[in-house]
Design a protein around this ligand. Structure first.
Ligand code: SF4
Ligand code: SF4
Length: 349
């Protein structure tokens, strides 16, 4: 049984973030038809593949006109449902409250400058932040226990180049700048959502900074609302592939927790190993032609799955991936680090 099955209900998006491969996807734009979605869920339940569906991938689920029906179908079958959204369409999301168990709002860019990188048409940062805060106010007002809401903020996630800054010596100052911005957001939220005042603002700020520095990723704000603090990733190297920085040291050994947690079904019905692989280069089958359970039983999937369990990498794409969850041998890690350090040095010279 998998931790979760990820389903990309659409690969269309209403943002064009410069730190995401979505704006330049080579895949065609699709929304997963309801009959195919239904077949996946039926198969999941019948074969006990997982008790959790995660609506994630590379696109904005709220652009799928059938999202409400799909969520309802999952709930009717007793599945736990997780949705990740960029938050632009939250004003249309009242129906989420009783159909979703966890909602990840991919806030990420917490000021005007960084929000510009999301290229969200006529939205500016103030309107975007207000949209999220208004949604939180509504949830707090009706005192909803469900869903759990995670305000996802990837510190230093604003630019792929910052990956190199992290590997150099500027991590602390970058983190502090982001923390400062986060405290300003918190102050505005504190003002808007009166109930947060249960905890004094400066105490709340100190607690949150301390938690971030301890590496705590799930920071409680109020009721069922949390900050989810992460570190940046850059799609396994995909974003930097064109600049010749895709991992030059492919490895045969390593493991990937992301893959072991469960497969990714893409909007066109293809099944890939994970959501980091935005173009579906690790495709191992399609639910258009056969049941998901059969795809997962076939050799293409099981050799990667069993390989990662034993520390052996099968897929050529995985061998080059700098995925967040990759663990290389110590030797490989040192080479990997040196490779990026020399690239970083080259850039500075
Ligand atoms: S990061 Fe999310 S919101 Fe931005 S382009 Fe990619 S899928 Fe869309
Ligand atoms: S190694 Fe990379 S591409 Fe392969 S399954 Fe893991 S994250 Fe995905």
């Amino acid at each position: 049984m998998f931790e979760r099955i990820c389903i990309e209900v659409t690969n269309s998006c209403n943002m064009r973030c410069s730190f995401c491969p979505n704006p330049t996807l080579k895949r065609q734009r699709y929304s997963l038809p309801f009959n195919l979605f239904k077949a996946i869920i039926d198969d999941m339940v019948c074969n006990n593949l997982s008790s959790t569906v995660s609506f994630t991938g590379n696109g904005e689920p709220f652009l799928d006109v059938e999202l409400g029906h799909k969520l309802e179908y999952c709930k009717e079958h007793g599945l736990k449902v997780v949705v990740t959204t960029n938050g632009l369409l939250l004003n249309k999301a009242e129906f989420l409250i009783d159909r979703v168990d966890a909602l990840y709002i991919s806030w990420q860019t917490i000021n005007g400058n960084s929000f510009a990188l999301r290229r969200a048409n006529d939205w500016d940062y103030a309107a975007y932040e207000n949209n999220i805060i208004e949604y939180l106010k509504r949830v707090v007002k009706i005192n909803a226990c469900s869903p759990e809401i995670y305000l996802s903020i990837m510190l230093n996630a604003h630019l792929p180049k910052l990956m190199r800054a992290l590997m150099a010596d500027r991590f602390d100052s970058l983190l502090n700048q982001d923390e400062l911005q986060l405290m300003k957001v918190l102050e505005r939220m504190h003002y808007a959502i009166r109930e947060i005042r249960g905890e004094n603002l400066s105490t709340l700020q100190k607690r949150i900074i301390a938690d971030i520095r301890k590496g705590i990723v799930k920071i409680h704000l109020l009721n069922n609302i949390f900050f989810h603090i992460g570190q940046l990733h850059e799609w396994g190297g995909l974003l930097l592939e064109t600049s010749d920085s895709f991992c030059k040291l492919p490895t045969e050994q390593g493991t990937c927790r992301l893959m072991l947690a469960g497969p990714q079904i893409m909007a066109d019905g293809n099944v890939a190993l994970c959501c980091i692989d935005a173009e579906g280069c690790t495709k191992i089958g399609s639910v258009e032609n056969e049941k998901l359970s059969n795809v997962l039983r076939a050799k293409a999937y099981s050799e990667s799955y069993n390989g990662f369990k034993q520390g052996v990498v099968f897929q050529e794409y995985c061998k080059k991936c700098k995925g967040l969850w990759r663990h290389r041998s110590l030797f490989r890690n040192i080479l990997f680090f040196l490779e990026d350090q020399s690239a970083c040095l080259g850039e500075r010279l």
